[in-house]
Ligand binder design. Sequence first.
Ligand SMILES: [Zn+2]
Length: 252
Amino acid sequence: MATELLYLDDFDVLTNSATVTAVTTADDGRVDLMLDRTCFYPRGGGQDWDIGTIRAGDAAFTVDEVRLDEHGVVHHLGPGGGVGEAALDAGISVGAGVVLEVDADRRAVNTRLHSAGHIVDLAVERLALPWVPGKGAHYPHMSFVEYSGEVPGDVEEIRQRIENEVAKVIGEGSRNEIRFMPVAEMGEYCRHVPDNIPTNKPARIVLYNETFGVPCGGTHVRDVTDVGRLSIPKIKSKKGVTKVSYAVEGVS
Ligand SMILES: [Zn+2]
């Protein structure tokens, strides 16, 4: 049965109670814990997974990786062997009630990096650059968004214009709201709807300032000012694809 994904409804939920639905050993020997619901973000959409702790009474299970499978089940992976066994022996077993705690610092970094990618998208749209958004990566060591399309003119000038525009977007602040809807309706709110939207979780858009919609399953800052200083160190075009690298001060 699919895991209920609590982070989809609320970007800020970092703890919840849940029931263990299955415990198995992963191929690499780690313990794989499945729950009826979770606030842990599994890696996806270019955003890294959460880490944290799952507790039942005094027993604590360390989560060091989170994956969403094709059936919509979230796998909370943590150390096997003695450590994992001890947690399981102490009460983290099928049917047990547990409390989840996401590592807030790591989530905040991932959320800021992910949101920064959308700010670049918004700047690109406001500058009317002739680009169609493609994939992105929002990791501390590697943050970029890709577009199909060439750089229309001088690369350094375009880089500077995007950097200025993202600063403006951040300076203005924002509101956003979450809306769930069939993929077929997303075109009403989003200028670009990719044709590879995952089908193993509820389809969602995040709507910025009632005007700029993005199909997205990640976690976002409440207000774009929370991202902080965002720079564009590099733009590179190759074979019709333009890669805009970005950096968030203090985390990249
Ligand atoms: Zn996103």
